[in-house]
Each structure stands twice: as structure tokens, then as C-alpha cells.
Ligand binder design. Structure first.
Ligand code: PDD
Length: 268
């Protein structure tokens, strides 16, 4: 696998970052995950805009312009045989003596890799658990510091599930690595964008293809009595959740509205 690190394309095994990188020491960095279908980067402008927002929030200037990012992504995709894949990019504040405050002079570290996406025509439904949302108040930043998300996802896996749905003060925020939708009496609902959720690009796409969907708070009780639950992300697209905390969601089968949204998404 060929990856990009600080201006160079090289084999993954040869890519090295100094131990004083602030990403390693502090988790001081941001990232993006961008899907590529058939060698074509999907929703690039939206992902680069979100990257810009994350960088602004942590007071780090974007080290590259759109044209440079696009060239790196296209080179990586073609050097890794194109097809369906996801691009992972991360920018950290760079290498400096360990000190919490920003270093005065520092060069950001830029790392990009691509991973194959194993897409299937009809994704298998999943089980989920609920977890308390123990994260901070800036979940809108796509920060590489993901310890709470890791603990929540691991709790799901240990319970025989695939995703954790997070609850903050009695309301659904999002998944450990996804956004959440419910269907209630035929109405599609997802929590509104705010500092407690990542503004998902897949979430925006679902709202675009289902204009009747609502952006409203979802209480824990609404989640538990929903007819359908879906989780969305760039790597997993739109997955139906048929079991929540070991209880069936709705009929316990894949829902009719999900089948509809999947078809609309594929047409994009
Ligand atoms: N994560 N919320 C969280 C906390 C996420 O980590 C993600 C995606 C999403 C969905 O966003 P999008 O539709 O733009 O992928 C929501 C990526 C895939 C990851 O960390 O691997």
C-alpha cells in the first residue's frame, strides 16, 4: 500500500512520524474520511469544507490548497488501483518539545492513506447498543482524539453489536462513528446539527434525497419505540439497525423506508 506523508508518496511500512509529533503526544490534530466510488472521489468539496471548519476550530491553518489535496487523493487512488476505497487524511500540529501551548514555529504533519471499501448491493442489518455520550462539547470538530468513541464502539462489540448509539441528557446525539436516523409513523427524523454531533456528509445526503425528513431532537423513549433506526457514515453508507439493546427495532426486520432510501442513495 502506498501512502502520502509530508510531501512524499511511499510504502506504508516506510512511513514514519517522530514520537514528539503532537498527534502522538496530545491527539492534537483533525482528520477526514472520504469515500471513493469506482476511482471517483465522492463529495470532495463537502469533505474539504468540513476539514477547513475543523482546522479553523483548532486554530491550525490549512497547509494545502484544494488543488493540492485533490492531486494527492487522485495519485493515491490510482497508485492503489482505484476502485471503491476510502481516503483517510489527518493533519496534526506537528513535531515540537512537549508543551501544551502551541509551538511558535512548527510544520504540520500531513498523512493520507486509502483503504479498500468492501461494498455489497444490500448491506446486512446490524445490532446496536445505547451508551451514555461521555464526550466533550465540541463533537462538531473531527478530532483525531477519539478515546470516548473507541470505548463506546468497543462496548458495542463486546455486547455482540456493531455500533453504539449515544444518549446525552435523555436525547440521541449520534453513533460512536456515525449519525443516527429514526422512522416514526412514516416520518424520518435525525437530530439537528450542533456542537454535540459531527455534521455528517452522509447525513446531509440522506436529507437531500428525503426532503420530507425532519431535523428534530430524538428522545431516548422515541429511539426505543422507533419503527426503524439507521446509522450513516461515509464508509458504511446507510445501515439499518434491527436490534437495540437486545430488543427488536420495530418488527425486528429491515424497514420499508430504509429500502427506499438505499435505492435513492445508490442512484446518487
Ligand atoms: N466517521 N459521527 C461520527 C462521530 C463519525 O465518526 C462519523 C464518521 C460520522 C458520519 O460522518 P460522515 O457521513 O461524514 O462519514 C458521524 C468516520 C467514517 C470514521 O471515523 O472512520
Amino acid at each position: 500500500m502506498i501512502v502520502y506523508l509530508n510531501g512524499e508518496f511511499l510504502p506504508l511500512e516506510e512511513a514514519r512520524v517522530p514520537v514528539l509529533d503532537r498527534g502522538f503526544i496530545f491527539g492534537d490534530g483533525v482528520y477526514e474520511v472520504i469515500p471513493v466510488y469506482n476511482g471517483e472521489i465522492f463529495k470532495l468539496a463537502e469533505h474539504l469544507q468540513r476539514l477547513e471548519n475543523s482546522l479553523n476550530s483548532i486554530k491550525l491553518a490549512n497547509p494545502l490548497i484544494i488543488k493540492e489535496w485533490t492531486e494527492i487523493f487522485n495519485t493515491l487512488v490510482s497508485r492503489n488501483n482505484g476502485g471503491d476505497c476510502s481516503i483517510y487524511l489527518q493533519i496534526t500540529r506537528g513535531v515540537a518539545k512537549r508543551d501544551h501551548q502551541f509551538p511558535e514555529v512548527v510544520t504540520p504533519t500531513i498523512f493520507v492513506m486509502s483503504n479498500p471499501l468492501n461494498r455489497v448491493a444490500v448491506p446486512a442489518p446490524i445490532k446496536a447498543i445505547t451508551c451514555e455520550d461521555i464526550r466533550w462539547k465540541r463533537c462538531d470538530i473531527k478530532s483525531i482524539a477519539l478515546l470516548p468513541n473507541i470505548l463506546q464502539r468497543q462496548a458495542a462489540v463486546e455486547a455482540g453489536a456493531t455500533e453504539a448509539i449515544l444518549i446525552r441528557d435523555g436525547f440521541v446525539t449520534e453513533g460512536a462513528a456515525s449519525n443516527v436516523f429514526i422512522v416514526e409513523n412514516g416520518v424520518v427524523i435525525t437530530p439537528p446539527k450542533n456542537n454535540f454531533i459531527l455534521p455528517g456528509i452522509t447525513r446531509d445526503l440522506v436529507l437531500e434525497i428525503m426532503p420530507s425528513a425532519k431535523e428534530e431532537n430524538i428522545s431516548e423513549a422515541q429511539l426505543r419505540s422507533a419503527d426503524e433506526i439507521w446509522v450513516t457514515s461515509s464508509t458504511r453508507e446507510i445501515l439499518p439497525v434491527i436490534n437495540l439493546d437486545n430488543k427488536p427495532v420495530g418488527t425486528g426486520e429491515v424497514g420499508a423506508v430504509w429500502s427506499q432510501v438505499l435505492e435513492l442513495y445508490k442512484n446518487l
